[in-house]
Design a protein. Structure first.
Length: 214
């Protein structure tokens, strides 16, 4: 008897499943179609993204090769194009190339390029902080105290791995201005960090012991 009931229950369950698929076949087909489209779109996006990245890579490498021909105006234009491409790898490299080779002398223009990368390029947070730090280094000789502090604020107000570097830069900035008390404050901030960069900590301690001890 129990066996017959089990058979009946199984047939009933199978019938319900069959009826469910029949009644909802249009919805199920639509759902499957949407899933397939999403998967294909994802892979197409990845393919196009990689293709675009390859083109940017080739553009950068060709620009570096062209640099040897001394066509600096053309190279500068190409590097600025790469920066505008907002590529997380090659846009920063293009800016560093411009700075290292002194292709643009106008500091305001260089700072605009820094800002394009910092604000418009999708970057990992510590890569972004590194670029902010490099912007501060670039401006350190010609900036006011407030300007330099404003540039470094995203780092100094965080627990970034570049915080030690940013504080050290400010310490050296004030030391060069002969503002020894402010300089000492920034070097001591490095000492108070939970996980300071050890090399930066050593340099800060040297400066404190050698030049800022009372």
């Amino acid at each position: 008897m129990d066996e017959e009931i089990a058979i009946i229950n199984e047939k009933t369950r199978n019938e319900k499943i069959k009826n469910f698929f029949i009644e909802n076949r249009k919805l199920l087909i639509s759902a499957v179609t949407v899933i397939i489209i999403i998967i294909l779109s994802f892979y197409y996006y990845q393919f196009e993204k990689e293709k675009q990245r390859q083109l940017i890579s080739e553009k950068f490498n060709n620009a570096v090769i062209e640099f040897k021909k001394n066509d600096h105006a053309k190279i500068t234009s190409l590097m600025k194009e790469i920066i505008k491409d907002n590529d997380s790898t090659y846009s920063p490299l293009a800016l560093y190339f411009i700075i290292d080779q002194k292709l643009i002398e106008n500091k305001d223009e260089i700072n605009d390029l820094f800002d394009k990368i910092i604000n418009k390029t999708s970057l990992e947070i510590e890569i972004k902080n590194l670029i902010i730090y490099k912007k501060a280094l670039f401006n350190a000789d010609n900036s006011t105290e407030n300007e330099l502090l404003e540039i470094l604020k995203p780092i100094t107000n965080s627990s970034s791995v570049w915080k030690s570097h940013a504080l050290y830069l400010m310490g050296e900035y004030f030391y060069s201005k002969n503002e020894k008390q402010k300089s000492k404050e920034f070097f001591n901030k490095i000492k108070s960090l939970k996980k300071p960069n050890q090399e930066i900590l050593k340099e800060a301690q040297k400066r404190l012991n050698r030049d800022l001890s009372e």
